[in-house]
Design a protein around this ligand. Structure first.
Ligand code: ZN
Length: 163
């Protein structure tokens, strides 16, 4: 989403509120695809005497990813607050800073990085998801005869490596 900062530049120090929504591309995090709904963003911005624009506000959305334990669909509510300064005349492509040119501030990079920052390390379908039993070290197989589903395949691979 973009902010038209013409009025803010004409009246430094005057706070202007905004709200909107922004789409966010799917993210790949530790080999897992995280899908993020459109972000609701609201906040305010103002210009200083040099034309640098302070933007602060809050974003909310829902993120979707497989449960870390059982791989069923899991969701997480995402919320984050931001407070950043966009430097006037800086390079908007520069990854180290927030910057803008002309009379338009793009919030795309800011909203994406603050949304991704707020993602949980592990998604769980529910707090006490037991996951797959054979993955749980506390649930030892009752009989020695019980095999893991891919144990046979693993054995084959190991045998091949020895040849
Ligand atoms: Zn689960």
């Amino acid at each position: 989403m973009k902010l038209d900062v013409s009025d803010a530049l004409a009246h430094p120090g005057q706070e202007i509120s905004f709200s909107g929504s922004q789409a966010i591309a799917d993210q790949e995090i530790s080999g897992m695809i995280v899908r993020i709904d459109d972000c609701t963003v609201e906040g305010s911005f103002l210009s200083d005497e040099e034309g640098n624009i302070s933007v602060r506000g809050k974003l909310r959305t829902i993120a979707h990813a497989p449960c870390a334990n059982c791989l069923e669909d899991a969701i997480a509510e995402i919320e984050n607050e931001f407070d950043e300064v966009f430097q006037r005349g800086g390079d908007p492509e520069d990854d180290e800073i927030f910057a803008y040119e002309g009379h338009e501030v793009s919030l795309d990079k800011l909203v994406m990085s603050y949304a991704v920052m707020a993602l949980p390390i592990r998604f769980l379908c529910r707090e006490d998801c037991p996951g797959f039993e054979y993955r749980d070290p506390d649930v030892a197989p009752a009989e020695p005869g019980i095999q893991y589903p891919f144990a046979g395949l693993q054995q084959l691979l190991e045998n091949n490596e020895e040849v």
